[in-house]
Design a protein around this ligand. Sequence first.
Ligand SMILES: [Fe+2]
Ligand SMILES: [Fe+2]
Length: 157
Amino acid sequence: MPIIRDEAKRKEIVDLLTTAYWMEIETVQNYIANSVNLDGVRAEEIKKSLAADVTEELGHAQQFAQRVKTLYGKVPGSRDFKPSQPFLQPPADTTDVAAVIKGVIQAEQGAIDHYMKIIKVTAEADPVTADMVTTILADEEGHMRMFEGFLKEYEKK
Ligand SMILES: [Fe+2]
Ligand SMILES: [Fe+2]
């Protein structure tokens, strides 16, 4: 007996969760790179913050993967990966901390938008997914708010 009886709905949810999984994986890649590449005194706090977020985003990826499995989906391998964060590539100028902060804000906003959509789609059909994604959404809102604060300081100087 399937967990979600409406097969089209189940497939829609698995696809949304798979997209979320890839978003988290790509965020991990770019947060690692940016947490290492940046140079300068002003970069240190940003690097520390990004390095800490890597662990959280990886945890999110694992939760999305587990939910895909529970809903009878299959977690894809790297061959299916398609990048979608041109805005979060390490800047040519390794002291351009503001560019990284803006990229992080865009990535977090993208995650927030996608997770809001998942919550909307699953609210009635799949409350367990809605609940899980609501908790993850709270993390992303915290990340975004923090980086908006960093940007405020950077634009003042
Ligand atoms: Fe995340
Ligand atoms: Fe995040």
